[in-house]
Write a protein that binds this ligand. Sequence first.
Ligand code: AMP
Ligand code: MG
Length: 341
Amino acid sequence: MQRRAALFLLACIPFFTACAIIPISKSSPPPPPVTLKRAQFLMGTLVELTAVAPGDVIAQAALTAGFQEIRRLENMLSTWIETSELSRVNQAAGLEPIGVSAETFDLLRRALEVAEYTEGGFNIAIGPAVRLWNIPEAPRIPAARELDIAAQYVDHRRIHLDPTRRTVFLEKPGMRIDIGGIGKGFAAEKAAAVMREIGATGGLVAVAGDFRVFGRRADGTAWPIGIQHPREPGKILATLDATDEAVSTSGDYERYFMQDGVRYHHILDPKTLQPARLCQSVTIIAPDATTADALATGVFVMGPVRGLALAERLGLGAVIVDAGGGISISSHARNRVKLSP
Ligand code: AMP
Ligand code: MG
């Protein structure tokens, strides 16, 4: 009996060995990626971050680091915060050059580059006019005389960047930089980089109408991005799938007031200092969010004809809704953008 039991055990050895070996020899499948989302109010708007990561801890850490990065940049760049680098540059207008961080310098350099591309349509020296209109807080149409005075200070060629000393000098007292048209994209770009560094394999940074995505979603698909319809709140005009790129939209529906049936909105034409009248919305698809944000604002001012030509020249995706609601799509975006029925 004992012998039979021993034989039985001996016969089982290969089975037990096999059982013990199988899980080790076959590499165990990686755990499915985790997706976490969080929203916070930063830079005067709702910021939504989504992180895809190999585990909960990394995903949480990526979200926390992404928000921290945006808060850090807000403190450095916001002209609503008196101690920010850009506020100090504005306070020293006409007085002296101000030393700034490499990041602020880089942002201003990029802004001045886009000013050239857009033939002055994008202009961060627009500050005094943005202050006069103060949309939508104080719905009031500034007097022509007030705008004439502001016009003397809205000249981006009088913003002097010295790369050797890394200083910024606004030539005339009264000049004022406004980064409302590029800052959110810049922050989205940096937040995405930080999330990736922490270990997120995919992510989406949404700062109002500025989106930056990297990697893929947990199921391996690209990130679907919806473009808001400029005249039907809550309706999607078009969608596209994005990976490792940025999609920014500038629209006259974001901040505006109506008076006598006319819409007065927050994107100003630097030539007239009146709200730009040639578009309802402009979406730019670009490899990085700083470019997408600044160009969306600049192309909005340029209008559908010159704006589309610029997008073609730069090889970027553009979806432009003109003043009458007509839609034009650049050749780089045509096969990717699906218009809603
Ligand atoms: P966005 O929503 O990115 O198009 O940015 C609009 C914001 O950019 C406005 O609220 C202003 O702060 C600022 N802005 C307005 N007009 C211009 C312009 N022509 N060039 C650059 N920035 C502008
Ligand atoms: Mg913009």
